[in-house]
Design a protein. Structure first.
Length: 310
């Protein structure tokens, strides 16, 4: 995924959430609605999350050091994980607490026009942000389903923004549901129920984000089709008879480590082997440009003798 596409989606979401957060807090003040207050906290959490993603993207661009010889590309995964934690602790926990409190001690919604006006404004603003995230994601999603894109993407920014924007839109609908029923029935319990629904929604999204970013933090291999391209490139080199085994690891969204044991002819000279390794590396980088760190170990193909390679 291009970093520029993720950054564009993050900035769009950041601007939208800043404006929406202010509007929600104003509405919460005039209406006393817990749904509006929960949604205001939700927007503040989202704004902070987008700022964290921008910080992570910036810090990931630092040059490698002796202490971190493979660079800082995976720092983007760390900040995406922090986003999931923030979304849960600030957004979900507060909303759940506020919803339960409002159900226990319901309060009528005052000046409902404020709530409806802000909710409609927020839905429109979030829709534009969500549209930007969808547009940028479609540039790199290819033929993948949306679920597959979120689960398999090695760049955390777009999936995070997509889920946040989707959660924001659903949360606004839940808030609209709660406020509307509270106004129609005169029972503030519905406002609390809407707030509780927002908290559950945020908790679910936070858990999904945490699970996906945890996998990236632990280290994920290249996609199967990409590994196939690497294997084909290696075995296409004249001095390489086959790939005995191979491991890949994402050092960052746009940086891949490739380690492979390759079989060479038993009568090849050291010069032949060195030349073959150089050519194999060039072929891999041409086929998969993000394969920037490549380690190849030459060995003899002992499968025919039954001893196997170690």
């Amino acid at each position: 995924m291009s970093a520029s596409g993720g950054t564009k989606a993050i900035i769009a979401a950041l601007i939208a959430n800043m404006a929406i957060a202010v509007a929600k807090f104003v509405a919460a003040y005039f209406t006393g609605s817990s749904s509006m207050l929960a949604e205001g906290i939700h927007s503040v959490a989202d704004t902070g999350n987008q700022a964290l993603l921008l910080v992570g993207g910036k810090r990931a661009q630092r040059e490698r050091t002796r202490e971190h010889p493979f660079g800082y590309g995976r720092e983007r995964y760390f900040y995406a994980f922090v986003v999931a934690v923030v979304l849960f602790t600030i957004g979900a926990v507060f909303s759940l607490y506020e919803g339960i409190s409002k159900i226990i001690t319901p309060h009528e919604v005052d000046s409902p026009a404020w709530a409806f006006g802000v909710l409609i404004f927020a839905i429109i603003a979030e829709s534009f942000s969500f549209r930007t995230a969808i547009k940028e994601s479609n540039l790199v999603r290819g033929k993948q389903s949306w679920v597959s894109f979120v689960r398999r993407s090695k760049s955390p920014e777009l999936p995070v923004v997509l889920l946040e924007d989707l959660g924001a839109l659903l949360g606004l609908l839940f808030a609209l549901f709660g406020v509307t029923l509270a106004v129609v029935t005169g029972d503030g319990t519905w406002d609390g129920i809407g707030t509780l629904m927002i908290g559950i929604l945020l908790a679910v999204i936070a858990i999904i984000l945490a699970m996906e970013t945890k996998s990236l933090l632990l280290g994920e291999s290249a996609a199967p089709e990409m590994e196939g391209q690497i294997r084909t490139a290696l075995e296409g080199a004249p001095e390489v008879t086959r790939v005995i085994h191979m491991r890949t690891l994402h050092l960052g969204p746009e940086e891949l480590l490739v380690a492979a044991k390759i079989a060479v002819q038993h009568d090849d000279t050291a010069a032949d082997v060195a030349r073959g390794i150089d050519e194999a590396e060039q072929r891999v980088r041409a086929a998969v440009p993000i394969a920037r760190v490549i380690y190849l170990e030459p060995d003899l193909d002992r499968t025919e003798s039954g001893s196997g390679a170690r």
